[in-house]
Design a protein around this ligand. Structure first.
Ligand code: BMP
Length: 395
């Protein structure tokens, strides 16, 4: 059982960048320092218009915008000009990451499709999503695989090279496969200005019938931007840091804030093991306490687990923690009240300083305020102060 606080609780976000295993986590930690913010807005508003307006106004105060796309009326599913693409443009403009709180839970094959296909194509606009892993750890690797496949397909530049010689059967096969990729890519990334496309060059047919072989390879473009949107305003980029990488990340839903939640210590321990096994894709947790360095005995002493996790693995933990159920008490009161529907609230100080989360997730505390912009700033200051107090307390 660990005796002293885990190193990740004591270090600054900037110091943690170096030892983070996931590019998006490194980026987020740097962003937090740049914006002096560890605040996530849970943008649970009614309409797409409200969502975009809120994201634009509150964007400067936050590092993560959390969505539930399925509760938004009027969500436009167009991959390049729809609500997801517009949110992505606002994320670039203000410097925040988008976290779709989808809580995936199903067999691997189904979650792969839910994540990358269907109407919402979440992987295209959400940097981060989350999973309830009651279905088992396999769904985490299935989602990682789907994200990786998606990542490999976009965005590509066509490089053409010409060589002279007699084509052989293998080359035909490779070129056919490459052409198939172009056909797929053309569906995903339309060319920006209608200039000649791969098809105009008609590389495959030409290469098959002649001795001159035209080979087209597809290399990732430098820009991490996926969907080009239409308005000029969409091109504005937050000046404090480069654009977010195209990598996608997962948060494992390890504990919930709701009263009577059935996620017990055994489940949370399985989440910890799944995170440690899938560091390339798992950025961290949605949880009610800090889980870095935690052992089975701390979470589920009775659980006879055959699969252990080593002390070294626990020491190496540098997962990001995001915690919902955050609210400031009303004036004159010392504790925030629940919502009468099972939600349980803690203050930013309790969550960040005492329980050791990194990012406080706030929804109605901000959205229903008379002035959401000023309220978001108040939550940002309080949450950041709680982080500073934690470091001071544990130094
Ligand atoms: P609010 O701050 O308005 O209570 O909103 C909390 C948000 O966080 C909601 O979007 C909810 O779905 C989400 N959430 C939560 O409240 N508790 C959890 O344990 C996990 C969540 O995703």
């Amino acid at each position: 059982m660990s005796t002293s606080p885990h190193w990740s609780l004591k270090q600054s976000f900037a110091e943690r960048v170096e030892s983070s295993a996931h590019p998006l986590t490194s980026y987020l930690l740097r962003l937090m320092e740049v914006k002096q913010s560890n605040l996530c807005l849970s943008a649970d508003v009614e309409t797409a218009r409200e969502l975009l307006t809120l994201a634009d106004k509150v964007g400067p105060s936050i590092v993560v915008l959390k969505t539930h796309y399925d509760l938004i009326t009027g969500w436009d599913y167009h991959p390049h000009t729809g609500t997801g693409a517009k949110l992505a443009a606002l994320a670039r403009k203000h410097g925040f990451l988008i976290f779709e709180d989808r809580k995936f839970v199903d067999i691997g094959s189904t979650v792969q499709k839910q994540y990358t296909a269907g109407t919402a194509r979440i992987v295209e606009w959400a940097h981060i999503t989350n999973a309830d892993i009651h279905a088992g750890e396999a769904m985490v690797s299935a989602m990682a695989q789907a994200a990786q496949k998606w990542r490999e397909r976009i965005p590509y530049e066509v490089k053409t090279s010409v060589s002279v010689g007699t084509p052989v059967a293998d080359q035909f096969a490779e070129e056919a496969e490459a052409q198939d990729q172009v056909d797929e890519l053309r569906k995903i990334v339309p060319r920006e200005n209608g200039t000649s496309s791969a098809k105009d060059a008609d590389g495959r047919k030409g290469s098959i019938v002649s001795i001159t072989t035209v080979t087209q390879t597809y290399e990732p473009a430098d820009s991490p931007r996926l969907a080009k949107t239409i308005s000029e305003d969409d091109e504005t980029v937050f000046p404090g840091i480069e654009e977010a990488p195209l990598d996608r990340g997962l948060l494992i839903l390890a504990q919930m804030s709701s009263k009577g939640c059935l996620m017990d210590g055994k489940y949370t321990w399985e989440c910890v093991k799944a995170a440690r096994k899938n560091k390339d894709f798992v950025m961290g947790y949605v949880a009610q306490q800090n889980l870095n360095g935690i052992t089975k005995d701390e979470l589920a002493p009775e659980y006879q687990d055959e699969e252990t996790s080593t002390e070294e693995e626990a020491q190496a933990d540098n997962f990001i923690h995001m915690t919902p159920g955050c609210k400031l008490p009303p004036p004159g009161e010392s504790a925030p009240q629940g919502d009468g529907l099972g939600q349980q609230y803690n203050t930013p100080d309790n969550l960040v300083n005492i329980k050791g989360t990194d990012i406080a997730i706030v929804g109605r505390g901000i959205i229903t305020a008379a002035d959401p912009v000023a309220e978001a700033e108040r939550y940002r200051r309080k949450s950041w102060k709680a982080y500073q107090d934690r470091r001071e307390r544990l130094a």
